[in-house]
Design a protein around this ligand. Structure first.
Ligand code: GLA
Length: 749
């Protein structure tokens, strides 16, 4: 049992953590504790000093030490004496935002209810969620607020969402809603967040929290390249393998905000939820509003454990269907191989080459429909361009299937080009404010996903394409942020709902298509990794991590991505050199190393490669397939911080601690420097491991030369797990910048 309801004390327990709340003497819901398990009621920590110049509840007016302005709240609301940032703000019929929530009842549930229309964490194969509702009410305002909790005991994860019910006769308006809100009495934390831009997503940033409010957010109606709905609060001494840290992840793909405030007495409040600048919602009498869900985890042992908890909860309780657990196909994508310039025959040639390399799936990217020979046109006109392909798509797919290869297609359902038959027929389906010129990006507009007619149209269209062409895979792209957010089917006073309704429309389409085609692998994409979030992973169990395929930069992007998202969900490919984004030339072997922590594939035209390179790729694919179970099911450890160490290094260890794979890249070669050391993690200290690694022969004029990996010799040596995790191991690389290395470990016990 992980849920304990005593008279005034409500505790959620996971294997290693305790989350505790209490009903105060006035019926308010206080947050007492989240962290390492303790064996008692933590209410003795509540501050009982009088803090000058803070208001107190009317009922407690002579007890000046009991102020809402400093108490730790489980759901901080606007008004009523708490002047810090609020997790819930509702405009009442008379116009005020003063909420006075008191506990109505606490209900243990025998199962977790689905969240209608939204992604949510669900029972897994090996672990069921335990659930509890805390019902709060503002009696006078006739508003009920239900906090839905679910607990994944083994995974050390707690989920929370908020439901608001309007029992008023008049409409109310929700102005802020943050499913994660955590009040800490700790006074020192670092904030870790992941910022970025297109081709540079999820860059790691760590900073001490100072007084005031820090805002990490997206107002782009997508989780965005610029920030990710994932925040860590860490003790200043926390690192990968030690120290307390809290991970917070919003399961949502739209505009979000993560706010952190350090208050007048150095307490810290964290909120993660809908972006209040980009959201408000009118609730008519007797209507309900359900927020997205937030996932929280605490680790006493640093970031590795925290990441494992999030990897496990996403794999077991967020992603669905066979692809959440199964092996993934190695694919070759046509985008960087051909861009818009191809016909049916060249695609069949690409398929033949793909098959010869030993890959499983050919993906035909952008350019197969309408008159799409550049990105100015045809989004929305999803009719196959048979003139370009010189054959029906069904025929092309059939021939690819006959080669023993799977076939996938790129689509961008939520978009529309001004130059398209769909726009000419239904200009009102695009999000354009009447009488104003729309904002264009990549020459395209965005469809109004808040309009059910549009969603139904897209469902009919794409389900027919998938069915008729027997597709095995879909790459679902989203190449611009919606702006303006305007729906022609909503009245003026509901336009502020469009950012959320847009996401709900997309979720509805994803739900219907993924439900109807459980054997089709859907990969998410948004100009690379602009919508890499747990909401999307509920529908698309893999996501293209970035349009940046440069191995050097990718290791940094994948480093940031790995904090919350499982390695099996990360779309990562080897591409041609010079790299199309950076011009960098990194050896084929080192590009393979960088693409290994993920789903693996190629983004190049094999016809342009040397014969020997093709043979190397064949070997890479065989090797990757051998390693994939370890990469997908093993525990992942970051061994260096590439933002500080000038090197990326990571490893996978299988659950029995018998096999491991260590990989990495040193960004700069330093002359006359005898190799570098990497300290490993996650091994069994008591086991002996045979380590296989490449060593590079020293030639008369120096060391091993770039581009000649085949000269590397494989050496085996035996070390104890304890030594490898304490002293580490020296690794050699070839003689060039951005030089990769890898070691395979096998236990001898
Ligand atoms: C986006 C994707 C790319 C490719 C192009 C096609 O940029 O991230 O991988 O599919 O669109 O237009």
């Amino acid at each position: 049992m992980s849920i304990h309801i005593e008279e005034n004390l409500f505790s959620l327990e996971t294997k290693n953590t305790l989350y505790q709340m209490m009903k105060d003497p006035y019926g308010q819901l206080l947050h007492l504790w989240y962290g390492k398990k303790t064996d008692q009621n933590m209410d003795y920590l509540i501050n009982s000093n009088e803090i000058n110049y803070t208001g107190v509840l009317y009922e407690s007016q002579h007890d000046r030490s009991y102020s809402n302005d400093i108490l730790p709240f489980e759901l901080p609301v606007s008004g009523h004496g708490d002047f810090r940032i609020s997790a819930l703000s509702i405009e009442l019929p008379e116009g005020s935002v003063d909420l006075d929530l008191r506990i109505k009842e606490v209900i243990p549930k025998d199962h977790k209810e689905p969240l209608n229309g939204l992604p949510y964490s669900h029972d897994g194969k090996n672990e069921k969620a335990e659930a509890m509702d805390i019902v709060l009410e503002d009696h006078q305002a006739a508003i009920e607020v239900i906090l839905h909790y679910s607990v994944f005991y083994e995974t050390d994860v707690i989920a929370r969402s908020i439901e608001v019910i309007n029992h008023n006769e008049k409409a109310i308006r929700i102005r802020r809603i943050f499913p994660i809100s955590l009040d800490f009495q700790e006074q020192k934390f670092d904030l870790i967040h992941f910022y970025g831009r297109h081709v540079m997503e999820r860059q790691f940033e760590r900073e001490p929290i100072s007084h005031g409010i820090k805002n990490i957010s997206s107002s782009r109606a997508m989780s965005s390249h610029q920030h990710n709905p994932a925040l860590i609060l860490a003790s200043p001494n926390a690192d990968e393998l030690s120290g307390p840290c809290y991970g917070n992840l919003l399961m949502y793909s739209g505009s979000f905000a993560g706010l952190v405030e350090k208050d007048q007495i150095d307490q810290i409040r964290l909120l993660l939820g809908m972006n209040p600048d980009h959201f408000s919602w009118t609730l008519e009498s007797n209507e309900r509003f359900q927020s997205p869900e937030g996932l929280m985890s605490y680790s006493e042992d640093g970031f590795s454990t925290l990441s494992h908890n999030f990897h496990h909860v996403i794999e077991d309780h967020v992603m669905r269907g066979r692809f959440a657990k199964e092996a993934k196909p190695v694919l070759l994508n046509s985008w960087e191989a051909a861009y818009f310039t191809f016909d049916g025959l060249s695609i069949l040639n690409l398929a033949r080459e793909t098959k010869e390399l030993g890959a499983d799936l050919l993906v035909l990217d952008d350019g197969w429909f309408g008159y799409r020979n550049n990105d100015y046109t045809s989004l929305g006109d999803w009719q196959v361009n048979e003139e370009k392909l010189q054959m029906p798509l069904e025929m092309l797919v059939r021939q690819v299937h006959q080669m023993g290869l799977k076939f996938g297609l790129w689509i961008e359902p939520e978009m529309i080009s001004e130059d398209s038959d769909l726009y000419r027929k239904h200009p009102e389906w695009a999000m354009v404010i009447p009488s104003r010129k729309p904002l264009v990006a990549r020459s395209q507009l965005v469809l109004d996903m808040a309009n059910p007619e549009v969603v139904n149209y897209l469902y009919d269209l794409f389900s027919k394409i998938i069915r008729d062409t027997h597709l095995d895979y879909i790459k679902w792209d989203f190449n611009r942020s919606p702006d303006p957010l305007y729906s022609s089917v909503l009245p003026a006073n509901r336009q502020s709902e469009v950012p959320h309704r847009f996401v709900l429309g997309t979720y509805n389409l994803l739900e219907r298509l993924t439900h109807e085609f459980p054997d089709v692998l859907f990969e998410g994409c948004a100009g690379g990794g602009g919508r890499f979030d747990a909401g999307m992973l509920y529908y698309t169990p893999q996501i293209w991590c970035s349009d940046d395929t440069d191995a050097h930069e990718r290791t940094k992007i994948q480093y940031g991505t790995s904090f919350f998202y499982p390695i099996r969900s990360v779309g990562s490919h080897v591409s041609a050199i010079p790299n199309h984004q950076t011009g960098r030339k990194i050896s084929l072997n080192d590009r393979k190393i960088a693409a290994s922590p993920g789903t693996f594939g190629y983004e190049l035209n094999p016809a342009e490669l040397e014969w020997s390179e093709k043979r190397d790729i064949e070997k890479q694919i065989i090797e990757y397939k051998r390693r994939q179970p370890l990469i997908f099911d093993g525990n992942y450890y970051r061994l260096s911080n590439p933002f500080e160490d000038h090197a990326a290094a990571w490893m996978f260890v299988d659950k029995n601690q018998d096999k491991a794979l260590v990989q990495g890249m040193f960004y700069r070669f330093i002359s006359n420097y005898p190799g570098r050391k990497v300290v490993l993690a996650g091994l069994d200290p008591d086991k002996k491991y045979q380590v296989t690694y490449a060593s590079f022969p020293i030639s008369t004029h120096g060391r091993f030369e770039e581009g000649n990996e085949s000269a590397a010799e494989f050496t085996k040596a035996i070390f104890s797990g304890q030594a490898l995790m304490t002293g580490g191991i020296r690794v050699q690389t070839s003689m060039n910048d951005d030089a990769g290395f890898e070691l395979e470990l096998e236990s001898l016990n």
